[in-house]
Design a protein around this ligand. Structure first.
Ligand SMILES: [Zn+2]
Length: 132
């Protein structure tokens, strides 16, 4: 008996995305290793290096997070044969899954979330400007 996958296209794009992410993580790890030996220089260089290292770590974290989301999405797809929105529990639109295979939200909830996030960052920016 084989696993029935209703949306094979969503499945394929998830597998493709995971391949891409695993590849990116490998490259990222190699880069982090090779730059680990590039010590020395004056304090400006060191500051730049620390900044770069911090960015690299954040990127690595981001890539691993995305991979984790892909794995979760894949498990859900294998279990339920479809992908459901984490928020409203409706099925996520196939065209949205093709664009962002690892998404956990439908387009409606995602639009609402980004609206809320942009208003939060706007009010944050406004409040930092006021305290100066
Ligand atoms: Zn939703």
């Amino acid at each position: 008996m084989s696993v029935v996958v209703c949306d094979s296209q969503a499945y394929d794009s998830l597998i493709g995305e995971m391949d891409r992410l695993e590849h990116a993580i490998t490259i990222h790890q190699e880069l982090a290793r090779s730059s680990a030996f590039a010590g020395g220089g004056d304090s400006v260089d060191i500051t730049a290096e620390i900044l770069e290292r911090t960015e690299q770590t954040a990127l690595g974290q981001h890539l691993r997070n995305q991979l984790q989301r892909c794995e979760d999405a894949l498990r859900q797809l294998e279990r339920d044969g479809k992908r459901k929105c984490q928020k409203c529990n409706k099925e996520i639109e196939p065209e949205r899954l093709r664009a962002i295979p690892y998404t956990t939200l439908c387009s409606g909830c995602s639009a609402e979330l980004s609206r809320r996030q942009s208003s939060i960052s706007l009010s944050l920016r406004a409040s930092t400007r006021r305290t100066r």
